[in-house]
Every structure is written in structure tokens, then in C-alpha cells.
Ligand binder design. Structure first.
Ligand SMILES: C[S@@+](CC[C@H](N)C(=O)[O-])C[C@H]1O[C@@H](n2cnc3c(N)ncnc32)[C@H](O)[C@@H]1O
Length: 213
């Protein structure tokens, strides 16, 4: 048998608390990942994505780390668990009920700030990020090619964007074959970034995207 640490993801205490908050708020957790073709409401990031966020955050000592779409604070908690050496985390949520509840969850974390509002208005290229989890359901207008520069300008050169909830192409439903996938277009055809897709479960993947220009 492989050792348990090769397969199990230990949840930090703040992630356990965020999961409990999500249950109280009725915010879906779906820890196995969204099934292929699932059309339900937004859900929290799965532990595999959370671990990825934690590890990337821990590589940004003194960094400025952001999250678009706080939800119930699960992704926020994973990012917070990776903060090093005075790194700061700013998460923006448009739903005031969620934002207020997550602010309370992080009241003893001086390096974590939850802002209420539209991330497209609250986040500014004047204060760019070292790491940004783009998770406010970014498929529509935000990822239109006309908006790519605005999104890229939110991160420093060498900084990274993470997007999750992709379906690996070999698992696509037949009717998807001709679609243009906005997240992959942004990651793989945009000359200002270098992107890679990483498998998070058998049926889900995520993108890590580094700003190069
Ligand atoms: C997928 S959930 C976020 C999950 C969270 N990042 C996590 O990992 O647990 C998407 C969230 O984005 C919020 N949202 C949608 N549009 C937004 C916007 N323009 N600005 C800020 N938040 C937004 C929704 O209210 C929802 O809570």
C-alpha cells in the first residue's frame, strides 16, 4: 500500500472552519469535484485545488495575493494557510452575506482582508498581485479577449493566475467538441502569459498561468 501521505490531503484548521461555515451558509462544497457537465450553483474549491493554492502562496513571501470570488472562504482559507513572511491576502466577494460571514471567520488574521464588491471594480492594476485565484465565474465577459490585458495587468510580471473547474478535454461531452473554451484560450493563446493545465482529479483540472510580458 502506498503511504497515506502520498494520497491524502490534510486540511489545515482554518480550512476545516471554512468548510463548516460553507455548510452553515448552504454554500456547496462538492469535495469530489463538479461532475462532468454539472450546471449547479458555484461551489467551493476542492482540496486538490486548495493544496495547489497553498503551495503557490507559500512561494510568495511578502507577496500580495488575491482571490476573485470569496464564496464561503474555503479557497481563502487554503491561500491563508500558505501565507509567508508578511504576505497579504485580499479576497473580493460580491455577495454581502458571504463576504460578512467570511470576514468574521478571518477576524484574527490581520494579513487577510475580505472586500465586498465587484472584483472587476475593486481590484486595480495600480496594486498588482503576485498570485491571483480567478474564481468569480470568469467564463463570460471577463475572459473575452478584449479584457485579457485588464486581467493580465492585475498581476506582476512573474506573478501567477490560477483558474479551476476545467474538464479534461478527453472527458468532454460530444456536444462540446466545437466549443471555444475561454479559460484555455486565455492561458494558451495569449502572448503575455505562459499557461499549463494540471490534473486535479480524474475528471477535473486547473490552469496555472504566469505573466511573462
Ligand atoms: C466559485 S465561487 C468561489 C469559491 C471560492 N473561491 C472557493 O474556492 O471556495 C464564486 C463566487 O464568486 C462570487 N462572484 C461572482 N461574481 C463576482 C464579482 N464580479 N466580484 C466578486 N465576486 C463575485 C459569487 O458570489 C461566488 O460566491
Amino acid at each position: 500500500m502506498p503511504k497515506a501521505i502520498y494520497t491524502e490531503i490534510a486540511l489545515p484548521e482554518i480550512v476545516i472552519q471554512a468548510n463548516a461555515l460553507a455548510v452553515r451558509l448552504g454554500f456547496p462544497l462538492m469535495p469530489e469535484g463538479r461532475p462532468v457537465g454539472h450546471k449547479g450553483p458555484p461551489s467551493a474549491c476542492i482540496p486538490q485545488v486548495g493544496k495547489l493554492l497553498q503551495v503557490l502562496a507559500s512561494g510568495k513571501p511578502k507577496g500580495r495575493i488575491g482571490e476573485q470570488g470569496t464564496g464561503a472562504g474555503v479557497g481563502t482559507a487554503w491561500l491563508a494557510s500558505g501565507l509567508r513572511n508578511d504576505a497579504r491576502l485580499i479576497s473580493v466577494e460580491i455577495n454581502p452575506t458571504l463576504a460578512t460571514a467570511v470576514t468574521e471567520l478571518f477576524k484574527d488574521y490581520p494579513n487577510v482582508e475580505i472586500k465586498i464588491g465587484d472584483c472587476n471594480e475593486v481590484m486595480s492594476p495600480d496594486q498588482p498581485y503576485d498570485l491571483l485565484f480567478v474564481d468569480a465565474m470568469p467564463r463570460g465577459k471577463l475572459l473575452d479577449p478584449s479584457n485579457w490585458d485588464s486581467l493580465v495587468d492585475l498581476i506582476k510580471i512573474g506573478g501567477q493566475i490560477v483558474m479551476d473547474d476545467l474538464t479534461p478535454v478527453e472527458q468532454w461531452l460530444p456536444e462540446w467538441n466545437d466549443i471555444v473554451d475561454a479559460k484555455r484560450e486565455f492561458a494558451f493563446t495569449n502572448h503575455r502569459v505562459a499557461g499549463v493545465e494540471v490534473r486535479t482529479t480524474q475528471t477535473t483540472s486547473a490552469l496555472i498561468i504566469t505573466r511573462i510580458k
